[in-house]
Design a protein around this ligand. Structure first.
Ligand SMILES: [Zn+2]
Length: 859
């Protein structure tokens, strides 16, 4: 629970006092449905003067604590989260016997029952501090140790951990059970240890690595087995290993590599050493676009990069979480672009990660990349767009700054020097300074220790269609006034029969407020002058007038996918900054998306278009704009190639907003087909698309409970139940909202996946009057949610039930004054501040759109 904290100071003191040698952990998974047996034996050393320390452990019943042969009274030494150990010796052994609890929140040891066959599936998720929900431990990343797991479980199960799975041995007196005794792991941090157990379906493979053969395993629930595309998954995996072993200059450090697709997972994936868990939505049971395959490959490569950066070499404390995540993100996109079929992975990065980073970096809660993580609360709300996306963007800029080969040489030296140890940022920088010969302290000061994003804007003067001067202007916000040194490229694009083609590229350093670009003086004025071409730096980009016109007129005709992505990101950012009215953005998308060939970009831009309508449009004109958006998408869906990814993506976007009687009729007709019939010929109407169509019909009140029940009958699976939970909360009735509220805010019975689906269904643009009465109740519930639920659950509810769609001045004021009065802990306070800032941004964009509407009406 969020009250169960650990501070950086405590962790530092403890790591001075304690050297951990080993854990032996005995888990018995046959003792019941609520709890399991947990016996931990920890061996650790202390210097002479250490007298007391503690073990972290959260369990309903600790029955035995034995320190150096002396039994301690659990009632005295255990307070619910810590076991106090006093009278330490130079060498210590402590044994803790307990019953620990299964979780249904995706933290600790999660227990899931498959509705299809009643089978039980378990997996652990320990980052940040939840190994302590399974065994007693020193829960901090710099107290590494070896782990020897032994697991008793039903005999027909698979049991997987960080070490290779051994042959199980019989359990005396229980023929239905078996015991798996794993070999000790190398020295690991607690948060990357793992146990996955259940009757998982498994496919095995191999990778011929530098130093011998690495056994590979893929696991998923039996009821998903038919959808597991093992060949494709192994292919990405092998390519990743080949790439990373090469560029990291170090063989894969573990004995095998298992990837497990697990139910109810809260994140995309987790880098448990040699035992990576993935969200099982990555096993595609319905048709998805290539954007989903690309994202999955990125995730696979991200977790794999962590095997070296994170698991082999680990941050000392969570201050360097950003480096851990940014490095894995950067490395995964690099590997994807250079070693897989997604050769334009940086294009996806330029729209998805960059927009995420831009949003986060302009919130009041933004922070330097190098964050001050005082305690566990701080880190748990810091898995954000700064830590992942801005960090990775800035790392990309660092690579441009020091040079790619120099950067990789530094990384290789870093791995070699710190293998199996813990580090800070300085350890990496020391190597990079050696290999590049550059002093990075000024760079770090500008990029890592200050918050906020710069805007780069071209200022041009011309005579007779040639430049007489080109200047890059750099701006910074008032709150975060730092101007930075940027290594950038500028691209000049001209119209041609092949579209807008790059004529010239210049690379330069931008410093201070004004940077002249003498190289471009005398150059003919292009149709598009693109600042930050090739996306080397992290900045907001603006276009000059002529370039803006080019983008509006023909963004789809830009020949380079990365250049198009940069223009999409720039215009989306202008929408968010109230510089581009929502109605104009909608037209830009409807006009440009048809020629966009990068499906990840298509989907990102479609999502932004939807946000423009729902959030950034003048509320008085929203109905009109929404109808325009729906009819435009319907027209586009009709002209896209039958069976193509674009057809699927645009059809889904259309179905999500369809409202006219004619469109609703078409949704019903599609449900009677498997191939789109003559409505959208070639559209594969499969399980998940059926649910999407039905969701829309439910939201607008066209489909009722009987339809939902019938669909759940067709698809009574874990995913089907999630889809149904969303639909139930998305019904347009007071009762439906009251039920959803009671199940999520008032009760903690729902497992995490159903909880998430329910809160996601609650707010709909069409239901604003139904949900408006809940704003006050939402605010009232926050302190209690934070105090009583686990961190992940509290965060899920608070963020996803924030009334973002209800953006208006009155509600913003209600939230603002509530924030001033409420005495919240910093973490939930931050979540509300962020929601409010998004709302205020929406109000500014709405005002901009209103002005544009008034101007249009005057003409
Ligand atoms: Zn990661």
């Amino acid at each position: 629970m969020p009250g169960i904290n650990l501070t950086r100071d405590e962790a530092r003191d403890r790591s001075i006092m304690v050297d951990v040698d080993s854990y032996e952990i005995e888990l018995d998974l046959t003792t019941g449905e609520k709890t399991f047996g947990s016996v931990t034996t920890v061996r650790f050393r202390c210097p002479d003067d250490a007298e007391r320390t503690w073990l972290d452990f959260i369990a309903p019943a600790v029955t035995e604590v034995v320190l150096n042969g002396t039994s301690l009274d659990p009632v005295t030494v255990y307070d619910g989260s810590r076991i106090t150990l006093e009278g330490l010796q130079a060498e210590n052994e402590v044994r803790v016997v307990a019953e620990a609890a299964y979780m249904h929140t995706g933290e600790g040891l999660h227990r899931f029952v498959d509705p299809v066959d009643g089978e039980v599936y378990l997996y652990t998720q320990f980052e940040v501090p939840d190994a302590r929900r399974v065994f007693a431990c020193f829960e901090q990343p710099d107290l590494k140790a070896t782990f020897t797991f032994a697991v008793t479980a039903p005999r027909h199960w698979q049991v997987v951990s960080n070490s290779p799975t051994p042959e199980p041995s019989p359990v005396e007196g229980d023929e239905s059970a078996a015991r798996w005794a794993f070999e000790p792991t190398p020295r690991l941090s607690t948060y990357v240890t793992a146990i996955v157990a259940g009757p998982y379906h498994v496919v095995r493979g191999e990778y011929e690595a530098k130093e011998g053969t690495i056994p590979l395993g893929l696991f998923c629930r039996v009821s998903l087995a038919e959808h597991l595309d093992a060949d494709e998954l192994f292919d990405v995996t092998r390519r990743g290993f080949g790439f990373f072993e090469d560029v990291f200059g170090l063989a894969y450090p573990f004995a095998k590599y298992d990837q497990l697709f697990v139910p109810d997972f809260n994140a995309g994936a987790m880098e448990n050493a040699a035992c990576v868990t993935h969200h099982e939505d990555y096993v595609f049971r319905s048709r998805v676009t290539d954007a989903a395959y690309e994202r999955r490959a990125e995730t696979i490569l991200h977790e794999m990069a962590h095997m070296w950066f994170g698991d082999l070499v680990t941050m000392r404390w969570w201050d360097d979480l950003w480096l851990n995540e940014s490095f894995a993100t950067w490395a995964s996109v690099l590997a994807e672009e250079e070693a897989t079929r997604w050769i334009e992975a940086w294009t996806t990065f330029a729209v998805s990660e960059k927009l995420w980073a831009l949003r986060q970096d302009q919130l009041p809660s933004t922070h330097p990349i190098s964050a001050d993580i005082r305690d566990l609360d701080d880190v748990q709300v810091n898995f954000d767009g700064i830590t992942y996306a801005k960090g990775a963007s800035v790392l990309k800029q660092l690579v441009a700054w020091v040079g790619r080969e120099e950067f990789l040489a530094g990384v290789r030296a870093y791995f070699a020097e710190h293998a199996w140890g813990n580090t800070t940022l300085q350890d990496l920088f020391a190597q990079l300074e050696k290999t590049s010969g550059r002093d990075l302290s000024a760079w770090a000061g500008q990029w890592l220790e200050t918050a906020g994003v710069n805007t780069l804007r071209p200022e041009v003067e011309t005579i007779d269609d040639a430049y007489t001067s080109v200047t890059v202007l750099q701006e910074a916000g008032e709150e975060h006034p730092t101007l930075r040194d940027h290594r950038i490229a500028m691209g000049l694009y001209d119209d041609s029969p092949d579209g807008f083609v790059r004529r010239r590229r210049v690379e330069l350093d931008v410093t201070g407020e004004r940077t002249e670009v003498p190289d471009l003086v005398g150059e003919a004025v292009p149709d598009l002058l693109l600042v930050n071409d090739d996306d080397l730096t992290f900045a907001k980009i603006r276009l000059d007038d002529r370039s803006s016109e080019t983008v509006v007129r023909g963004i789809g005709r830009l020949s380079s996918s990365l250049a198009r992505a940069l223009c999409w990101t720039a215009t989306t950012d202008m929408l968010r900054d109230a510089e581009l009215p929502a109605r104009d953005y909608v037209e830009l998308v409807l006009g440009g998306i048809q020629r966009e060939t990068d499906i990840s970009v298509v989907q990102t831009v479609l999502a932004a278009g939807r946000t423009a309508v729902d959030l950034f449009a003048d509320p008085l004109d929203r109905m009109m704009l929404s109808a325009r958006w729906a009819s435009g998408l319907r027209r586009l869906a009709g002209v896209m190639e039958a069976g193509s990814d674009s057809q699927l993506a645009i059809s889904r976007a259309w179905a999500a907003v369809a409202a006219s009687p004619e469109h609703v009729e078409q949704l019903w007709s599609l449900l009677d087909t498997t191939d789109g019939g003559d409505i959208l010929p070639g559209l594969q109407v499969d399980t998940d698309l059926r649910w999407s169509l039905l969701h829309r019909l439910v939201i607008i009140g066209a489909a009722g409970d009987a339809h939902l029940a019938a669909e759940l009958d067709r698809d009574d699976t874990a995913t089907g139940r999630r889809q149904a939970a969303y639909a139930l909360a998305a019904r347009p009735t007071e009762q439906a909202k009251a039920d959803a509220w009671a199940q999520t805010v008032e009760s903690d019975e729902l497992p995490n996946a159903l909880l998430r689906a329910t809160v996601d269904g609650f707010h709909q643009p069409e239901h604003l009057e139904l949900v408006r009465p809940y704003v006050g109740r939402y605010l009232d519930a926050i302190p209690r949610l934070w105090a009583e639920r686990t961190t992940d659950t509290a965060k899920t509810i608070i963020v996803r039930l924030f009334p973002r769609l209800l953006a208006d001045a009155e509600i913003a004021e209600t939230i603002r004054s509530w924030l001033n009065e409420a005495e919240l802990p910093p973490a939930p306070h931050r979540l509300i501040v962020e929601g409010l800032a998004d709302m205020e941004r929406a109000l500014r964009a709405q005002a901009r759109d209103r002005t544009a509407g008034q101007a249009a009406r005057r003409h």
